[in-house]
Design a protein around this ligand. Structure first.
Ligand SMILES: [Zn+2]
Length: 175
């Protein structure tokens, strides 16, 4: 796979020329979304955004565990240092992290060669950012960002869910 990627990159660089862009997003907002493969090259056109326009922050299930989560750190950088004035949390339907249980994660990790001893005493569902319901998870992520002491209070945090099959975006009323 690596060779394939390196060959594609060589071709890309030889065929394209780019003007340098600012690291401040032209559209002044950050997106927090899922690492789902189906969102790659799908979420951006579905939102009408392109290169240089937004900060894109992803993890498995657009989940924030606590104030020390990478998503909070990236949002603190985006809002305090890099010019983002708004945040959109965009979950999606049929997320692979929905319905995760401690047992499922534990079994899969042990099958992948992770030591059972190292997993002892850890609530792996929470640790990995699993949840039961996509919309509930989006609401929870929005609340955790709003309540974070590291995110400016004047930054609006929006809750949205994307239909993974059609790209349709639904704005959720936050609790
Ligand atoms: Zn997902």
């Amino acid at each position: 796979m690596l060779n394939e990627i390196l060959a594609a990159n060589k071709k890309f660089v030889s065929e394209n020329k780019f003007e340098p862009l600012s690291h401040h997003p032209e559209k002044s907002f950050a997106v927090v979304t899922c690492m789902d493969t189906r969102l790659v090259d799908f979420l951006e056109p579905a939102l009408g955004i392109g290169r240089g326009e937004v900060k894109m922050i992803k993890n498995a299930g657009n989940t924030v565990i606590d104030d020390h989560s990478d998503i909070i750190k990236s949002l603190a950088a985006a809002t305090c240092l890099l010019g983002c004035k708004e945040v959109m949390v965009i979950g999606h339907t049929h997320c692979g992290m929905a319905g995760t249980t401690d047992e499922k994660v534990r079994n899969a990790m042990i099958a992948a060669g992770i030591s059972a001893e190292d997993l002892e005493g850890i609530d792996l569902k929470s640790w990995i950012g699993g949840f039961d319901d996509e919309e509930e998870n989006i609401q929870e992520t929005v609340q955790k960002i709003r309540n974070s002491k590291f995110i400016p209070k004047n930054v609006p945090i929006h809750a949205l869910i994307m239909d993974i099959d059609t790209g349709a975006l639904m704005h959720l009323k936050t609790i």
